[in-house]
Design a binder for this molecule. Structure first.
Ligand SMILES: [Cu+2]
Length: 68
């Protein structure tokens, strides 16, 4: 089990959180995604390490940007 935390900018409400979670959960190997709306932190549990570019692409498909 690996946990990766990235920060996404632009999320403003619960539907933004749902969009991000839905896209990130589609990445193979991802088991759990937790989003903190206040800080923009996206915490991703996965069975193996997930490439950062895949995470950034998934969050980008949801309409938001990874800032770190
Ligand atoms: Cu929203």
């Amino acid at each position: 089990m690996t946990t990766t935390v990235v920060t996404a900018s632009g999320m403003t409400c619960g539907c933004c959180v749902t969009s991000v979670r839905t896209e990130v959960e589609r990445i193979p190997g991802v088991t759990t995604v937790a989003v903190d709306l206040g800080t923009g932190a996206v915490s991703i549990d996965s069975t193996t390490a997930i490439r950062p570019d895949l995470i950034a692409a998934a969050i980008g498909r949801a309409g938001y940007t990874v800032t770190e």
